[in-house]
Each structure stands twice: as C-alpha cells, then as structure tokens.
Ligand binder design. Structure first.
Ligand code: PEP
Ligand code: MG
Length: 539
C-alpha cells in the first residue's frame, strides 16, 4: 500500500483499477543499439500491423460515416507506403544506430514540420496526418497498443498530464477518476473533470514507472489523496464515504423543481456549463435552468480535421431540441492556448495564453468562423439559442463580428434557409473589455463574465502554470470590483449580466454576487443544486 497527496479539483471518491497513460515523449527514448537490422525489421513489421489497423478502421468508418469521410484512412495507408518517409527512418536507424521507436518518432516530427512549413493550405493540413501516422507506427513498433484512450472497464486514469484533446476523447462512463503528476487547477482538463463530476487530483508526485495499469487504487478527492494497492480497511472506508456522498446527493434532489430565489425574493438564473451533447443529460438531471456556456471548441478537439457545417449543425440542433424551451448559450470556438488542435496549424507561440486564440482566429480566418455561424444560425429555429463571442477586447471587434454575421445571414437568405435572430452576447474576460463595458453594453444583448481568464489577465498569472496556483486568487478585490462594474454597465443599458467562469460556483461568493445584481450564474452541472441551496438561504 502506498499513499500520495495532491490537489483536489473535484471532491469525489473513487475505487477501481488504474490505467496509466504515458505521453509520447515519455514513451519514446533514444537508445543506442548493437543490431540496427533488428530495429529495421521491427519497423517493417510495425508498418504491416499499422496497415492492417488502418484497413480495419477504413472498413468500420465506411459503414458508420460513409466512404467520403472514411477516405482519410486510405490516405494514411498511402502515406505509410511513402518511400521517402520509410527510407528516412531506415537511414537514421543504420547511420545513428538508434532504436526503431526513436527513429520513427523523430522522422515523423521532421516530416510533419516540413508539411507545416509549406505554402499550400492542403499540404499544411497534412502535417497533422503525418503526426498521427507516426504516433500509430511508434505504438505498433513498441507493441504498446493497449495504452490508448480506449480502455475497457471503468478505471482511474493516472498520467503525467492530460490535454483537453485527450480528455474529450475518453469515454466518460469509463472514467472513475483522474490522477495527474502535473496540471493546474484552472486548466481546461480540471474544468472538464468538474464538468464530468469526476474525482480528480493534480500535482501528485508520482513516478509513473512504478505504477502499473491494472493495480487497484482509491482516490479521495476530499482529503486530496490517492492510495495504490490499498488494504481492506482503506477500501471499506472509501466505500463508506461513497455511500455518504450518495446520501448527500440524494438530499439535494429534493431541490429539483424549486426556484433559485433568495429569502427576500430575488431570483437568479442558475444554468449549466457543458462541453458537448454528452453533457446535456447532466445539465437536465441536475435541473439546470438552461445552458449558460456550451464550449463549442470541444467539438473541434481530438480529431484530424475541421467539423463540417452539417456536423456542427446536427450537434447544436440536438442540444437545443433536448433543452426544449430553455435557453442555450453557445460560445463560438475558443481554440488556442491550452486547447491546441494540430489541423489549425497555429504554430508555436512563446505566450499562447496571450496569443492567437478564440475570436482572433475567427476574425483572421473568417471561413472557419462563417462555417460555425452558418451552423448556429441554421440551428436557431430548433430552440432558444443565444450566441456568445469569447476573448473580446474592443468595440471594433464586435463591429467586425457583426459584419461577418450579416454576410452569413445574407447567404442563408439567398439560399432560402430559415433562421431566427438569436440573442448575441460577449464574454467579458479581458480587463480591456471591463474598461469599455459601458460602450460594449450598448452593442450586445448580454455579458457573461469569464472569471478564469479575467483572473489570469488581471493578475498577470498564467492559469496553466501550476507553480502559480497559490497566487491565482479570483477573490482578489480587483476582480470583484470588475464584476460590479460589468454588472452596473450592463444594467445601465437594460442588458443582463452573468458569470460562466468557475468563480460562479464558489458558494462563499454567492451572496456577494446576488448583492452585486448578477442575473445568472452558469456552473458545472453538479454545482447547480448546491448553488440553488445556497441562494435559497440568502436573506
Ligand atoms: C473563462 O475564461 O472564465 C471561461 C469561462 O472560459 P474558458 O474557461 O473556457 O476559457
Ligand atoms: Mg475564457
């Protein structure tokens, strides 16, 4: 039995088998070899295995999504036959006497960089494919195919760190808990864990080589500890705590159907944050009054190419129809910073949090933006949709957005596609937007405060940097003063103001927010009922 401590980001308890996920950098180490020809043979065998896997994937995809979409696997098969690529791997093994996995990984990186640097957009986009192929080949060569994201039974995921892309690809029903060595409490992976009600511990000082998949573990997200190979007593204690948690949740169920109203009669909307269609069930189960933030960028993560207009339209329509008359606020894509997607080819940035992300990408690459807007406007007739734009810093940006929106509406009219005019609002998550909120309020229908980024930009603290977690203080008086200013400016012009950052779920501040006049709080689904309970206690 061995115990470690970490920082809890979702306070739940879990007991179950461990799956250790190692990232590519950890898996692929350079080794000097005596018999390079054996390594060459390993690559040849690996290519055969990868070809078989791709053929099977192609056949499955043809049935499930049709021939056109399945073609990507054929392209991957062809790329795996490319002589330049294979020769580069073999040459490296022979010339440098290195192991097969290393030669595949390095050659993959070189080729992918080469594609990324090409002028032609089509060739640029192949950079992500090359990376994908070489990752597959590394796995086949090392015989490590089981360590993927598709594990069979519900498990506790142990990893060095997890990216939002990896997290969204996992089957949520099969995750009992997350335990990571690194990670920040404000990162999107932590936010996803909270959204999925999954016990999660970060900053756990583990040596991953000493933890094996299949070991049993207990994660206690309340105490902030994880125990590997627990004894009977620890397991029984954990089961008792799980039962107690369930009883608590049962008690909260009594609040279903009740109003979010203070003792003095002030009403506040309590909505849920979601990341995809799969979360709508959680929002409804927890009796959320609507969706206050649908992080639509999650539709773009964990895949090889842009989601088409039709795919997006179907996703938005399904969320709207499932929510019925309830309001659904969909935020346009907020890719960038910690939400990296290879096929966007964003390039390496020294300071991605302050870089090319969110609305900046949409305004610079309007084709991507227009595809999403077309899908959103087409979906307006299926429910109560509001559109929200992220990372706004100026009135000029809103003007530019509206110009593109007008073009999209004109296109749809010409194509005789019906749509309704949705409410359009913005996230207030930069200090600049706070300072011009008086003007912005005259241009939009609502504000929603993104306290995660607003805290990062106001306190000059990278929300991804785990070393700064102790300095990241969203209760800072500067942040609270800003929220008051935002609310006052919204109300001055007859608009509403909400909070959709994590601070909205901070029960210590609920009374403060109500006194400030906040109209809506959007929180992870599991926090809807605790927040309702808190609001109903305020006098
Ligand atoms: C925020 O910044 O508070 C927010 C809600 O957006 P995200 O966490 O997705 O950046
Ligand atoms: Mg944000």
């Amino acid at each position: 039995m061995v115990k470690f401590y970490g920082k809890p980001v979702y306070k739940g308890i879990a007991v179950g088998p461990v799956v250790v996920l190692k990232n590519e950098d950890q898996k692929v180490k350079r080794r000097k070899v005596d018999r390079p020809e054996e390594e060459v043979a390993k690559v040849e065998q690996g290519v055969k295995t990868a070809q078989e896997q791709l053929q099977a994937l192609y056949e499955k995809a043809v049935v499930e999504v049709g021939e056109a979409s399945a073609a990507i696997f054929e392209v991957h098969q062809m790329m795996l036959e490319d002589e330049d690529y294979l020769d580069a791997i073999y040459n490296m093994i022979r010339a440098e006497q290195v192991n097969a996995e290393y030669a595949v990984a390095v050659t993959g990186d070189n080729f992918s960089e080469m594609f990324a640097g090409m002028d032609d957009d089509y060739m640029k986009a192949r950079s992500a494919d090359v990376k994908d192929i070489s990752n597959r080949l590394v796995q086949c060569v090392s015989g490590n195919q089981d360590a993927g994201l598709n594990f069979k039974e519900p498990s506790i995921i142990v990893a060095d760190d997890l990216s939002p892309s990896e997290t969204v690809q996992m089957d949520k029903k099969k995750i009992l808990a997350f335990v990571t060595v690194h990670g920040s409490a404000n990162s999107h992976t932590s936010i996803l864990a909270r959204m999925m009600n999954i016990p999660a511990l970060i900053g756990v000082p583990l040596d991953l080589d000493k933890i094996q998949s299949g070991m049993k573990a207990v994660v206690d997200g309340v105490q902030g500890e994880v125990v590997f190979e627990p004894n009977e007593f620890v397991c029984e204690e954990a089961e008792r705590k799980i039962k107690k948690e369930q009883e608590k949740l049962q008690l909260l169920q009594e609040l279903r159907g009740k109003e979010n109203v203070t003792l003095s009669g002030r009403q506040v909307n309590v909505f849920a944050n979601i990341g995809g269609i799969g979360d709508v069930g959680y929002a409804l189960e927890n009796d959320a009054g609507g969706v206050g933030l649908f992080r639509s960028e999650f539709l773009y993560l964990g895949r090889d190419n842009f989601p088409s207009e039709e795919e997006q339209f179907q996703a938005y329509r399904q969320v709207l129809q499932t929510m019925g008359e309830k309001k659904v606020i969909i935020r346009t894509l907020d890719i960038g910073a910690d939400k990296q997607v290879d096929y966007f080819n964003l390039g390496k940035e020294d300071n991605p949090a302050m870089g090319y992300r969110a609305i900046r990408i949409c305004l610079k690459q309007p084709d991507i933006f227009k595809t999403q807007l077309r899908a959103l406007f087409r979906a307006t007739v299926y429910g109560n949709l509001s559109i929200m734009y992220p990372m706004i810093t100026s009135t000029e940006e809103v003007e530019k957005i509206y110009a593109i929106v007008e073009e999209v509406k004109e296109e749809l009219r010409k194509e005789q596609i019906t749509f309704k005019d949705p409410e359009q609002g913005i996230m207030i998550e930069t200090p600049a937007a706070v300072m011009v909120s008086d003007k912005l309020a005259q241009m939009v229908d609502f504000f929603s405060v993104g306290t995660n980024d607003l805290t990062q930009y106001t306190l000059a603290i990278d929300r991804q940097n785990e070393k700064l977690d102790d300095f990241y203080n969203p209760h800072h008086e500067a942040i609270l003063a800003m929220i008051q200013m935002i609310t006052d400016n919204a109300h001055k012009h007859g608009k509403w103001a909400g909070i959709c950052g994590e601070l909205g779920a901070d029960l210590e501040l609920t009374e403060t927010f109500v006194k400030m006049g906040i109209d809506e709080l959007s929180v992870s689904p599991s926090m809807v009922l605790p927040l309702r309970k808190r609001i109903r206690e305020i006098s």
